[in-house]
Every structure is written in C-alpha cells, then in structure tokens.
Write a protein that binds this ligand. Structure first.
Ligand SMILES: Nc1ncnc2c1ncn2[C@@H]1O[C@H](COP(=O)(O)OP(=O)(O)OP(=O)(O)O)[C@@H](O)[C@H]1O
Ligand SMILES: [Mg+2]
Length: 376
C-alpha cells in the first residue's frame, strides 16, 4: 500500500503539541517526505522547549509508524535557538545556536549542555571522523580505525553519515538490506565483527539522493537512534565531507565525545582541516586529534618511504593548534585496493605494518576517551 503525505498529516492531527494544538497545525513541521513507505520530517522547536517536545516527537513517531504501509519513520527534533532568545544552555553560550564553552568537557559533566542530550542506550562513546575537504580518506580511515578498535577488544559500530555519497557499501562489500526488529528498529549489518549502518544499504546504488537541510539531520539522528545498535563501546561515525548541515547538526543532537580530523599533508588540505577543526570547536565537540593520511609514499616493492607530499605538515599543524597528532598513514596501493575490493586492510592483512598503524591510532583514541575493554 502506498503511503501519502496526506495520510501522514492526518496521523499528525491526532498528536497534540505541548500547547494543546494538533502537531499538524502547530507550525513546527518541516516538509514531509514520503519515499517508498519511509517517512522523513523534522519538528523544529526552540531549544528551551526541546525537552517537552521530545515526548511529542515520540508520539509522532508512533503515530506515523502505525499508518498502514509505513516501513520506517525518521522524525528528528531540531532545537534551534532563535536569534535573541534566551539561551537554553548555561550563560556562557557564545552566540545563538551554539553551546557554551562548558560543554567542551566530555559529556559526564552534568553542568554541560551536552549532558542534556539523551545518550544513545548501549553506546559508550561516539566519535566522528571528519575533514574539511573531500577525498582525503575519511571513510577508509573510519573503517580501518573501527577495525583497529575492534582488535583492541572493543565492541565497535560504524555509522556512515555520508548520506550524499555513502561509502560503506563499497568499502565493506555489504549488499544486503537491514531488516526491522519487532520494535520496528533497523538491525545494523554485522560484518568483520563490526555493526555497520549506512543509508547506502537502504537505497539502490544509482538512486540520486537529494536532501534538504532538516532532512539531513533527520536521516542521521534516526540512523543513530532508530537502529538497534545493541551494546557498543564505541560508534565510529564517518562524516560527509565539508562543514555543512551534517556536521553542524550532528553535535547538538547526539552526545559526540570527540572528533578525529583526517588531513593529507598538502597545505591546502590543512587549511581545510583547520576549517574542520574550527567547526567542531563551534559546536563544542572536543577534537581528539589529527590523522595524517596519505602521509608518505611507501613503495609496494621495496618498502622505501618517500615524502612525496612534503610529509609532516599535519603533525606541525596539530602542534601549532594545540591538538594531538594521532598518527600518519602512508599512501599505499594495498590500502586503496583493499578498500575497493570490500575487505578493508586491517581485516585482510591484520599482521601487516599498516594494520598496526590503525591499531595504534585506535589505541590513542581509546586512551584519550578512557574507554575500557569489556570483561568477556
Ligand atoms: N592511505 C591511503 N593509501 C592509498 N589510497 C588511499 C588511502 N586512503 C584513502 N585512499 C583512497 O583514496 C580514495 C578516497 O578515500 P575515501 O573514500 O576514504 O575518502 P573520503 O575522504 O571519505 O572521501 P569523500 O570525501 O568522498 O567521502 C579511495 O579510493 C581510497 O581507497
Ligand atoms: Mg567518505
């Protein structure tokens, strides 16, 4: 049965907003998108009101899922502070919509606005792998880093938040679609001992995906919250390139413990890395450090190292900016070939030098976040 936008509106007429107006008429809904039984929209409210609206979001979610033919619903609460409105956060907020400096601490601090974000049950820590510019190797790094963390004994998930150009289907070779459990939550795909979720598992490879601002957030928050992740010590989020909607909206919605910035050594990429860094600072996500990818060329025949890109830029830059340098990954054919073939390098050559590099980076992140290996 095909679901119509009107059917969604009708269902939302029965959900009441805190003021007593039906949600449909409360003037807070984004455009409603219905695609093949999947419903996406957001409810936009003031940050100060976010808590009372969360119940409304849950009721809307239940009402939409009850519509015959709806297979999934992605409904996000977007809490934007209006310019000039009193900040919901403690007084140190630097400007509207941006959280206070206090939240720069890990989210255990109950005084920080980050502590107010509902944690995702079962997930110990969420880290975002990002860069200012595209094509620097974020997805490759995110997946191999996740495998490195797995090798350290942690339970690890990977969320491909690049909804414009998801990479995980290709990098992992996953072709199956996630199924829903009884609670209508999607079950992530298990591969290489990781739990993996990507919008690319839900749509055909060639389907163009056009997302507007609020939809980006709706899709990402829903992939975080409406997926049955189970117990994870760490969820690695592969971010889309750039400093756009996804980055700016992820942090206020979910308790991201830290960001890993991937950069190539070239100056230009570093300028972009600085942009990436500044963005996370703006949304009060601590930067765990910089990984220099394609750092040097490692000859596949003789193993000789050549610093073809003027290696070391990221380390210098990290020092200058006062953030940690997490490690350098060489430019190597094996890294590329294994990514292309759907079996990432840490999985296919676990004993090689490159796998050791990713594990070392994982170890630094694990220590920084004080993640402990679960008792087995
Ligand atoms: N260290 C490396 N050595 C060799 N090739 C690499 C390395 N890291 C990444 N690549 C290759 O570079 C290309 C881009 O990598 P990847 O897709 O991970 O980048 P990205 O930053 O996620 O890109 P996008 O911005 O499009 O999401 C891929 O073909 C990948 O296999
Ligand atoms: Mg990518």
């Amino acid at each position: 049965m095909s679901v119509t936008v009107q059917a969604v509106y009708d269902a939302l007429a029965k959900v009441m907003s805190p003021g007593g107006t039906p949600l449909r008429d409360a003037g807070v809904l984004s455009e409603i998108v219905v695609n093949d039984g999947k419903v996406f929209f957001s409810i936009n409210v003031e940050a100060a009101q976010a808590k009372v609206w969360e119940r409304v979001r849950e009721q809307a979610d239940a009402a939409v899922k009850a519509i015959p033919g709806v297979s999934s619903a992605m409904i996000a609460l977007t809490a934007e502070r209006k310019a000039g409105a009193a900040p919901a956060a403690p007084p140190a907020a630097r400007r509207p919509g941006i959280q206070s400096e206090a939240s720069h601490r890990p989210p255990q601090s109950h005084a920080s606005p980050m502590a107010k974000q509902a944690p995702i049950p079962g997930i110990g820590a969420i880290i975002a792998v990002a860069s200012g510019k595209g094509g620097v190797g974020k997805s490759t790094t995110a997946l191999n880093l996740a495998l490195g963390l797995r090798d350290l004994g942690l339970r690890v998930g990977v969320l491909d938040a690049d909804i414009y150009g998801p990479s995980m289907p290709k990098l992992t070779g996953i072709r199956e679609k996630p199924v829903l459990n009884d609670a209508k939550k999607m079950i992530p795909i298990s591969r290489f001992g990781l739990k993996i979720m990507s919008i690319g598992f839900l749509v055909e490879e060639e389907t163009p995906m056009i997302w507007r601002g609020p939809m980006v957030m709706a899709a990402i928050t829903q992939m975080l919250r409406e997926v049955e992740w189970g117990a994870l010590d760490v969820l690695v989020v592969d971010m889309p390139p750039g400093t756009g909607d996804a980055q700016l909206t992820l942090a206020p919605q979910v308790p991201v413990q830290g960001a890993v910035i991937v950069s190539t050594p070239q100056d230009l990429a570093l300028i972009d890395a600085r942009r990436g860094l500044a963005m996370f600072t703006r949304v009060n996500v601590p930067v765990l450090g910089i990984v220099e990818n394609m750092s040097y060329f490692s000859c596949p025949h003789c193993g000789t190292r050549s610093d073809i890109f003027g290696h070391g830029g990221a380390r210098h830059e990290a020092e200058r900016l006062g953030v940690s340098f997490l490690g350098e990954v060489p430019l190597h054919m094996d890294i590329r070939a294994t990514s292309d073939s759907g079996t990432p390098l840490v999985e296919s050559s676990p004993d090689g030098a490159h796998a050791a590099i990713y594990r070392a980076i994982g170890g630094r992140i694990k220590d920084k976040l004080k993640i402990t290996v679960p008792a087995s």
